[in-house]
Ligand binder design. Structure first.
Ligand code: PAF
Length: 270
């Protein structure tokens, strides 16, 4: 496994590889990331994982500073998985050039996290565009837990790049909580709450699938979760999977949630 910090070193290693699978991460690696790596290894000749806590996608400085970092641990996990290349650039390396054109997200997509985290997805699109220019992978892998991220990346890069954007299933722990680097910050009682919320929303999803009329219970569910667990819900919405519009059908929708347990913000979709 080659650990690379500089773009020019990376170029030396990958310039002759035509079939690279790229898994971008911010570290804090868990089984969700490892499942993306597994997919990449299945489809690509070489797999490259980046570890870069991207400052431009954090709307709060404190969130950036407290984001879980565990480089040593991450590297040993990647070594066990026989990843070919790990790219760990500095901010300077990635942002050495200013963008010519500002990234603008269409007003109709300023919903869900895009509404609640100002500039977040603009930061994600910016860093992914920079990585794609450097690496030029054949495939790039994203987890379904961050469905809106995947959706906006697909929209933004449509017709712009040849890289195939692959969506991989959300991995859940035994408590049904979607794996996320932020879960490390949860205390025991907070894990219980996150688990109850996930289970409740899985039940709701199944009910709606059986009968669309059950979607009307959403407001009740939102009030119940807020009062029962003393959480702050940014949004709990049902949207169509293809367009993220509020016009959804029985078999083509997702329930999206973002909430705060104490100071930790979690997102999920079902
Ligand atoms: O999903 C993430 O971890 C990040 O948003 C990503 C895609 C690595 C970009 O920084």
């Amino acid at each position: 496994m080659k650990i690379i910090k500089k773009i020019n070193h990376l170029n030396k290693y990958i310039s002759n590889v035509s079939n690279i699978g790229f898994v971008p991460t911010m570290g804090g690696l868990h089984n969700g990331h490892l499942s993306l790596i597994k997919e990449s290894k299945k489809t690509s000749d070489k797999t490259l994982v980046s570890i870069f806590v991207n400052p431009t996608q954090f709307d709060k400085k404190k969130d950036f500073l407290t984001y879980p970092r565990s480089l040593k641990n991450d590297l040993s996990k990647l070594k066990i998985k026989k990843v070919d290349f790990v790219f760990i650039p500095t901010s300077k390396e990635i942002y050495y050039k200013k963008r010519k054109r500002k990234i603008v997200i269409n007003k109709k997509y300023k919903i869900l996290c895009s509404k609640f985290r100002k500039g977040h997805f603009e930061g994600v699109l910016d860093v992914i565009e920079r990585f794609l220019k450097i690496i030029r992978p054949k495939f790039i892998f994203f987890g379904e837990k961050d469905y809106q991220q995947y959706f906006l990346i697909k929209k933004y890069f449509k017709k712009k790049i040849k890289t195939k954007i692959i969506l991989c299933k959300t991995i859940r722990d035994k408590n049904k909580i979607a794996l996320s680097s932020r879960n490390q910050l949860l205390k025991k009682n907070e894990i219980k709450i996150a688990s109850s919320i996930a289970k409740k929303l899985i039940i709701l999803k199944n009910k709606i699938k059986k009968n669309l009329k059950n979607s009307k219970n959403l407001i009740q569910v939102k009030n119940f979760l807020t009062n029962r667990f003393k959480i702050k819900i940014d949004y709990l919405e049902i949207r169509d999977k293809k367009k993220l519009s509020k016009n959804f059908k029985k078999n083509n929708f997702k329930i999206f949630i973002a909430y705060h347990i104490n100071k930790i913000r979690l997102i999920d979709n079902f």
